[in-house]
Design a protein around this ligand. Structure first.
Ligand SMILES: *Cc1c(COP(=O)(O)O)cnc(C)c1O
Length: 397
């Protein structure tokens, strides 16, 4: 078909496509053309969904769970999630009415922003950030305000930095721990200090906790909404099944939020996507009900990820000009490249793919030029071979 002469909306004209998906597409195209590509671009676990979860969804399909469900999710799943948030996350007042199940955690984040931000509002986004936050804020008519936290501060913003950027227009602060793209995990103390700043300024917190179970070195996850009644009243907690149970394609995100927010999000969802896929929700329900099987599946995945994390970290630190920290969450490392090489992250990533057939994601899309995101959700062989090639490439710079 031809291009239309009619105009697109301001939203459509200003939105950029996800750069992480773009690198993945380019690497896949090279692979399809027969090239031996080492891919570090993956934004999803390379495991299959655990069998017991798949079986539950298959059974639901066969039992005819193929119709519309309540917009906010099937009652059993909302009930089980409320219980999980109370018992595991310490969000003591979470009830089923506070829970909304959406078609993906990404959509949960978007709806959280849409439910709280009006045109002209500012939303604080710590950088490096997940690529979708700024675009979601702009789609709500808001303005993203960035706070940079580089490798020298462990990719974590300080309360002083946060205080400096808050204005009367600030509506929300987004906190993502464990973080995509850096893998950084905030301690309870650090989160409490950031929460205190938010509380004294009366702003919402969007706590994106999608990687809550992907933790290493015995660090523990802390939900901001568990820090007492004030925290529960001002925090919208988003998570989901994608990263924990290798269910990215199922599209199931979760939210626990104060009454009015949950209600508004549920209404927004009822007028846009309607419910998340009904039989998929029955699969997710079993992941919560069968906690022994779930724990085993998570532990197996974590064991493999942890080994690869150390392997990739070791290899990266051995490359002169590459600086890296051993992140304790998610499945990413976020090394910094030598500024003296005179390359932007994007130039580096493009050349590395072209010359050495290694796919990494440029830090630019995450608001951090000079950095690269490498995912270790890939095989040992790819990590080993990719590191050798990267070393060879960097030696020539
Ligand atoms: C993957 C991811 C999500 C959401 O993933 P869904 O597949 O939409 O559930 C949300 N936030 C971050 C930071 C992510 O990396």
């Amino acid at each position: 078909m031809q291009n239309s002469k009619l105009p697109l909306s301001v939203w459509a004209r200003n939105i950029s496509p996800s750069p992480t998906l773009a690198v993945d597409a380019k690497a896949k195209a090279l692979k399809a053309a027969g090239e031996d590509v080492c891919g570090f671009g993956a934004g999803e676990p390379d495991f299959d969904t655990p069998e017991f979860i798949k079986e539950a969804a298959i059974k639901a399909l066969q039992d005819g769970k193929t119709k519309y469900a309540p917009a906010a999710g099937i009652p059993d799943l909302r009930w089980a999630l409320a219980e999980k948030y109370r018992n595991e996350n310490g969000i003591t007042r979470a009830e089923p009415k506070n829970v909304v199940v959406s078609p993906g955690g990404k959509f949960s984040c978007y709806l959280a922003i849409r439910a709280t931000c009006s045109p002209g509002d500012e939303v604080v986004v710590p950088a490096p950030y997940w690529v979708s936050y700024p675009e979601m804020i702009k789609l709500a008519g808001g303005t993203p305000v960035y706070v940079m936290a580089g490798i020298e501060q462990g990719f974590k913003i300080t309360p002083e930095q946060l205080r400096e950027v808050l204005t009367p227009k600030t509506r929300m602060v987004i906190l993502n721990s464990p973080s995509n793209p850096t893998g950084a995990v905030y301690t309870r103390k650090e989160l409490e200090a950031l929460f205190e700043v938010c509380l004294s300024h009366g702003v919402w917190i969007l706590a994106d906790e999608i990687y809550e179970y992907l933790l290493y070195d015995d660090v523990t996850h802390h939900s901001i909404a568990s820090f007492g009644p004030d925290a529960a009243e001002s925090t919208i907690t988003v998570a989901g099944f994608s990263k924990t149970f290798s269910m990215t394609g199922w599209r199931l995100g979760t939210m626990v939020a104060p009454d009015e927010v949950a209600k508004a999000v549920s209404s927004l969802q009822s007028q846009t996507s309607s419910n998340a896929t009904t039989f998929a929700q029955y699969g997710a329900l079993v992941a919560l009900q069968n906690s022994d099987a779930a724990r085993t599946a998570i532990q197996e995945m974590l064991g493999v990820f942890d080994r690869r994390r150390k392997m990739l970290f070791q290899g990266l630190t051995e490359i002169p000009g590459v600086e890296c920290t051993l992140a304790q969450g998610a499945f990413y490392l976020f090394p910094k490249i030598n500024p003296d090489w005179g390359l932007t992250s994007t130039q580096f990533a493009e050349e590395l793919l072209e010359k050495e057939k290694v796919a990494v994601v440029s830090g630019e899309g995450f608001g951090a030029d000079g950095y690269l995101r490498l995912s270790y959700a890939t095989s040992d062989e790819v990590i080993e071979k990719g590191l050798q090639r990267m070393k060879a490439y960097c030696a020539k710079l």
